[in-house]
Design a protein around this ligand. Structure first.
Ligand code: EPZ
Length: 419
């Protein structure tokens, strides 16, 4: 296992290219199960989670072939299985989104329940209620969700909250159902929109993706397609936070401005100067950082996946910032590590008060999940001396070539085997 060693204090400067979105790629890969014909997916980031998804698909009989660095061909000519095993679901919860495609294509699915995780309980009740509404018989046995349906039947599904994964599962299940499905209170995240575009390219009939109401008119079959994954807005926001925290000047190529409204507003309030440039955006932080109030919300609100990075940044703001996490109940695990680096953070329930500016000093730290690890990287870049972030496998799940990208921007960062 590797760790990242950061010698902090260098402002990030230069140009960086975004990778394809992890959270768009994973469900899009699973959509390959819906057709016997090949699908070609471009702009696929080379990540550990993508490798896990290939393994999951392989177990179902889906052939995967890299046609280039970031171009993946998948073909589910015939399914040889219908299971997402515990070993894979526990390492990558997104595997649970295989439930819908398996049911739609083969009439049955056996998908391990994911269990709790480092950021919260994360139940899957909405996914299950959704496929039940489409007529699947579902039971929970031996830690697995077992679902059957000769053919799914379109229905109205109202989601208690706009869950990204549940929306994606129901959307995929509905593409091959008989009749019309309406998903109300659907997630509006851009990754859901990207999945809908992929499904439409495969012949699905979908309207309203990107709004609270998605309508799907089921079709008899789907066919092969080609699709290019959207750029990763969370990688963009992470790099923006790192640039702002170090007093840098960075151009982010491929930054999807239209998906970053809340992030641009909040980083702007904090003192980042963000301007659109040809093919992306530029972020400069020349003056001091200001404290802000931040509340994570479903899209188009501020993303929970950038909360840790913003907390690290706000340790450098002059005054008290208030961060409220409304999506996951246990997503402040990075705060304790930031405090060890010298941050002044007080937490109460779902709110954290961050008082700055703190002189952060490097320390050995470790994180429990992907975005928390990125928060610690941001802190390490802004800190004095050396920070060592262990458990780099978290970062490898979701950030492509992070050390190389940051080093190219002037960060003093290296990857080394765990001592
Ligand atoms: C997706 O997770 C992302 N993962 C997460 O990114 C992201 O943090 C999250 O959406 C919110 O934006 C992927 O896309 C692979 P949800 P997901 O269902 O779909 C509750 C990262 O670091 N809920 O929208 O699992 C749930 O507990 C990851 O890249 C239910 O109550 O999130 C949470 O409080 C971390 N019942 C809220 O909904 C359900 O059946 C939103 O979760 C499902 C969810």
């Amino acid at each position: 296992m590797d760790r990242m060693i950061i010698h902090g204090g260098a402002p990030l400067r230069g140009v960086v290219e975004l990778s394809g979105s992890k959270n768009a790629t994973l469900p899009i890969m699973m959509a390959a199960v819906l057709t016997a014909e090949p699908v070609i997916i471009r702009n696929v980031p080379r990540l550990r989670d993508v490798a896990t998804a290939i393994e999951l698909l392989g177990g179902l009989g889906v052939a995967a072939r890299w046609r280039g660095d970031h171009e993946l061909e998948l073909q589910a000519r015939e399914l040889i299985g219908h299971e997402a095993p515990y070993e894979l679901v526990k390492t990558m919860r997104a595997s649970f989104v295989m439930l819908g495609p398996l049911l739609a294509r083969g009439g049955r699915a056996r998908v391990s329940t994911p269990g709790g995780c480092a950021i919260g309980a994360r139940p899957v009740n909405l996914h299950i209620a959704g496929v039940r509404a489409l007529g699947a018989r579902v039971q929970l046995r031996n830690g697995y969700v077992e679902a059957h349906a000769a053919r799914l039947v379109g229905a109205r599904v109202w989601l208690d909250n706009p869950s990204v994964g549940a929306t994606e599962n129901i959307l995929m299940a509905a593409t091959l159902a008989r009749g019309r499905t309406v998903i109300e209170n659907a997630a509006r995240e851009p990754e859901v929109g990207d999945l809908a575009r992929m499904l439409a390219a495969m012949g699905a009939r979908i309207t309203g993706a990107g709004t609270h109401v998605i309508e799907i008119e089921g079709v008899e079959r789907l066919h092969g397609a080609e699709h290019s994954v959207i750029p990763d807005r969370i990688e963009a926001g992470s790099l923006m936070a790192a640039a702002a925290a170090t007093g840098g000047d960075v151009i982010i190529r491929g930054a999807p401005l239209q998906d970053l409204d809340a992030v641009i507003v909040k980083l702007g309030e904090a003192g980042g100067e963000i301007t659109p440039v040809e093919g992306g955006l530029r972020i400069v932080r020349a003056g001091t950082l200001r404290p802000i109030e931040l509340r994570t919300l479903p899209y188009p609100g501020f993303p929970t996946d950038l909360q840790a990075q913003m907390m690290a940044l706000l340790t450098q703001a002059h005054g008290a910032s208030v961060i409220t996490e409304t999506i996951f109940e246990n997503r402040f695990m990075h705060a304790q590590e930031l405090i060890r680096m010298g941050a002044d953070i007080v937490m109460k329930g779902s709110t954290a008060v961050v008082r700055g500016p703190s002189r952060l000093s490097g320390a050995p730290v470790m994180a429990t999940d992907l975005r928390a690890s990125m928060g610690l990287i941001v802190a390490g870049l802004a800190a004095e001396n050396t920070t060592t972030v262990s458990r780099v496998y978290h970062l490898d799940r979701g950030y492509e070539a992070l050390d190389r990208k940051l080093a190219a921007l002037g960060a003093r960062i290296e990857r080394a085997p765990e001592a």
